[in-house]
Design a binder for this molecule. Structure first.
Ligand code: PMP
Length: 425
């Protein structure tokens, strides 16, 4: 079927809340390239929104998934467990920088990992409240919608949200929130809204994903750790977007040396197979028993096979080194664009988690969300998939596979240059 026929089906049968605004249907993909149902080629700078750090259909992952399909596709791990689940748990326990010995529970999506992380924190502390951040994004289930900052307006149609969720400012100096101010806001939220004695956890992204690719300074993360320790609260790092190599380390929090109690992860851990994980200190992870942290499909054998293959690829192909090298290349190019274009400002990156902003005034840092929308639209017409994000919708974020070839990368960056010249001229 071609794009036109598929769009007709989409309009007739797919719920509008679930229907993509894009009109091209993916037909096949390889590494950093996609072809649509009409045969048009696209360069993929979105990487499935941070899922494809090792590229579409990495051959090692495809091979591992096929081999698993020939053995066991599903048993429900509570009915009969299988090797993949415990081996993934072992590897993640060894690799995830939480305090002490780590234990693992697997789920299916990022939101589900966050739901379970909050369950663990409540069970471990016997307290109800959680503190989250402006600009944070954690998912589209009820609890995670309540936890999202203002960046995600998804909750508007769905009635009341779960309570016991409080919010603090995230440090974004470029938009007027200094680290000191953020810290004061966090302390104030604890003092006036959420009693620390009733607070189970502080949940934060070490680098905001949907909120705009702003990295929390190390000193801020250290202070959050201190505050958690002072009040017996758990520190939960949501690394669904920043984890699995995007920033040049397996987890972004490793750049700071701060050890949280729990890390949530999903997206790039299985190169597109659905799986997520909550990895935390054993005494917390063991606080609830009796099959309370799971579900029919959690940690499917096929997804587990993909995770193990992804971890092998990380070692064999120096994915973390590639992530840092890609980040350096992007940073150089963005600085050039900042000089060349009046609308490009605030280039930033932690490894390959890279972004810049489009503004109408560099002195006032005035966001230009319209230009960001126009850039992504024009880029797509020219065969480049590009994403914006951020509290102000004016950040252009880069999530292409770190395995992208130099030629394809250059071709994609040249399209952005062309678009910026056209649109700002
Ligand atoms: N946390 C973060 C930091 C995310 O970026 C996302 C997805 N963008 C989620 C949670 C939710 O993940 P999922 O869409 O798999 O539920």
């Amino acid at each position: 079927m071609n794009n036109a026929q598929l769009n007709e089906l989409k309009q007739r049968y797919v719920a509008s809340g679930a229907a993509s605004p894009a009109t091209q249907f993916a037909d096949r993909a390889e590494n950093a390239e996609l072809w649509d149902a009409d045969g048009k080629r696209f360069i993929d700078f979105a990487g499935g929104i941070g899922v494809l750090n090792i590229g579409h259909r990495h051959p090692k992952v495809v091979e591992a998934v096929k081999a698993q399909l020939d053995k066991v596709m599903h048993t429900c791990q509570t009915v009969m467990p299988y090797e993949g689940y415990v081996r993934v748990a072992e590897r993640l326990s060894q690799l995830t920088p939480v305090r002490g010995h780590a234990k693992v529970m697997l789920a299916n999506s990022g939101a589900e990992a966050l739901e379970n992380a909050v369950k663990v924190a409540r069970a471990a502390t016997g307290r109800n409240n959680v503190i989250c951040f402006d600009g944070g994004y954690h998912g589209r289930t009820f609890m995670t919608m309540a936890m999202n900052g203002k960046v995600a307006p998804y909750a508007t149609d769905f009635g009341s949200m779960p309570g016991n969720v409080f919010r603090a400012p995230y440090p974004v100096p470029y938009h007027g929130v200094s680290e000191d101010e953020a810290l004061r806001g966090l302390k104030m939220a604890l003092k006036t809204d959420a009693n620390p004695r009733d607070t189970a956890a502080i949940v934060l992204e070490p680098v905001l994903g949907e909120g705009g690719f702003y990295a929390a300074p190390t000193s801020f993360l250290e202070k959050v750790r201190e505050i958690c320790d002072e009040h017996g609260m758990l520190m939960i790092a949501d690394e669904v977007q920043s984890g699995f190599g995007r920033t040049g380390k397996l987890f972004a929090i490793e750049h700071s040396g701060v050890e949280p109690d729990i890390i949530t992860m999903a997206k790039s851990m299985a190169d597109g197979m659905p799986i997520s994980a909550v990895v935390g200190t054993d005494k917390h992870m063991d606080a609830s028993g009796g099959n309370s942290l799971g579900g029919t499909y959690t940690g499917s054998p096929v997804s587990c096979a993909a995770v193990l293959a992804v971890l092998d690829v990380f070692e064999e192909e120096d994915i973390l080194g590639k992530s840092r090298a890609l980040g350096d290349k992007l940073a150089k190019r963005f600085s050039q664009w900042q000089q060349d274009f009046a609308c490009v400002d605030h280039p930033r990156n932690l490894g390959a988690m890279a972004a810049f902003e489009l503004v109408t005034d560099k002195n006032a840092h005035t966001p230009d969300a319209d230009l960001a929308g126009a850039l992504c639209k024009r880029a797509r017409e020219k065969g480049l998939i590009l994403l914006s994000c951020g509290l102000y919708g004016n950040t252009i974020r880069f999530l292409m596979p770190v395995t992208i070839g130099d030629d394809v990368l250059e071709e994609g960056l040249a399209i952005i240059e062309e678009c910026l010249t056209e649109l700002s001229g």
